[in-house]
Design a protein around this ligand. Structure first.
Ligand code: UFG
Length: 348
């Protein structure tokens, strides 16, 4: 039986992806998480649902001694690397922390993967690596120039580069295969959630939410009084930023499809995939939909643009469709919002 290591497996994307692997494969999973932004509740939920299939190691990725001890103790067939700091705005104020936590920690764990013969490495990257590409009729493809406009995107771009160059430099003698997934805007909660009761279910937990859909739903469920639209003069149809929102379960399933794809390729060392739906919604549209679907009104202020925000990010996702068996199942904003709303009500 294969064993996979998931860093950041107690976080939002990491835990939903772990659930997907537990549900559709027989792999054993070891999660590394320092619980700084991840939640023990997510691990407990997975552990209860799939007993004896996963282990949590509370390790910080900067702790090389503890990390290496783990690699010595256990052979891993693959690494899914989610652990990272992930706020665009925060990165504008703490750039060095982003390079340390995201880029340097990725380099260190990658070196261990090479040393201990891990066969597959799947890296969580982001659409923020593209910056603000202009005049793209067909959306952003994987070949679009990388010109990040915030340290978060730069930290991920540099990580990608280090992983790819790292493989080339050693001429990849151990045959590691690398999959890089550039996520667009993920939202929603697990579609496996049914009759949510205390500590039962998976969705986005947050100590200090900044993501649009989460923040708006916290208003709809009265966890916050009001929210802001950051920027109303962008060169978009209604002046607010446009993003390509993808349901968390579809993003999770993309990881397994890329995993299988890496297994199937023989003469290719790495592949990069955009993961989104290829269509965009503006901030105003998202908030209007949330008010309609939840039938709740809340106060929305208009504020100046947030530092580091590009006007429009829509992925061209032809490549992942062409090369892998990925079939998104929840490709509409209403499903994303409804699942996230049920989850948010449960958290109330
Ligand atoms: N926004 C608001 N008000 C809020 C929160 C967000 O107007 O209270 C706006 C932002 O200004 C932005 C849009 O909503 O225009 C989306 O913002 P999010 O914070 O939800 O997401 P980002 O696009 O900033 O970033 C997210 C992830 C990144 C990822 C990126 C890829 O946080 O990790 O999507 O597109 F890189």
């Amino acid at each position: 039986m294969e064993t996979i290591l998931i860093t950041g497996g107690c976080g939002y994307i990491g835990s939903h992806t772990a659930l997907h692997f537990l549900k559709y494969t027989d792999k054993k999973i070891i999660i590394i998480d320092n619980l700084s932004s991840g939640f023990l509740e997510n691990f407990n939920y997975l552990d209860k649902k799939y007993p004896n299939r996963l282990i949590l190691e509370k390790i910080d990725l900067s702790d090389l001694v503890a990390l290496e001890a783990l690699f010595k103790k256990q052979k891993f067939d693959a690494l899914l690397h989610f652990a990272a700091a992930l706020s665009v705005e925060e990165s504008m104020h703490m750039p060095l922390w982003y390079y340390q936590n995201n880029t340097i920690n990725t380099t260190n764990i990658f070196k261990l993967c090479l040393k201990y013969g891990v066969e597959k490495f799947i890296f969580s990257s982001t659409a923020a690596v593209y910056g603000e590409p202009k005049n793209l009729d067909n959306g952003i493809t994987e070949d679009t120039n990388l010109m990040p406009i915030n340290p978060y995107g730069a930290s991920k771009m540099m990580s990608e580069r280090i992983l790819i160059d790292g493989l080339m430099d050693i001429q990849n003698k151990i045959g590691l295969k690398l999959g890089i997934l550039r996520y667009f805007n993920v939202a929603g909660a697990s579609m496996d959630n049914q009759n949510l009761t205390k500590n039962d279910g998976l969705g986005q937990r947050s100590k200090n939410a900044t993501h649009l859909i989460k923040v708006a739903l916290e208003c709809a469920t009265k966890k916050r009084e009001k929210m802001a639209i950051f920027g109303t003069n962008y060169p978009t149809k209604d002046g607010t930023c446009i993003r390509d929102y993808i349901h968390i379960d579809d993003l999770a399933s993309a990881h397994l499809c890329v995993y299988d794809y890496l297994d199937s390729i023989e003469n290719r060392e790495f592949e990069i995939f955009n993961v989104g739906y290829g269509c965009g919604h503006s901030v105003k549209e998202v908030i209007e939909n949330i008010k309609l679907i939840t039938k709740k009104d809340f106060c929305v202020e208009l504020k100046p643009p947030r530092l580091g925000d590009p006007a429009k990010l829509i992925g061209n996702v032809e490549k992942i469709f062409k090369k892998t068996k990925w079939k998104p199942k929840f490709n509409d904003l209403e499903t994303i919002i409804k699942s996230a709303y049920e989850w948010e009500c449960y958290l109330s």
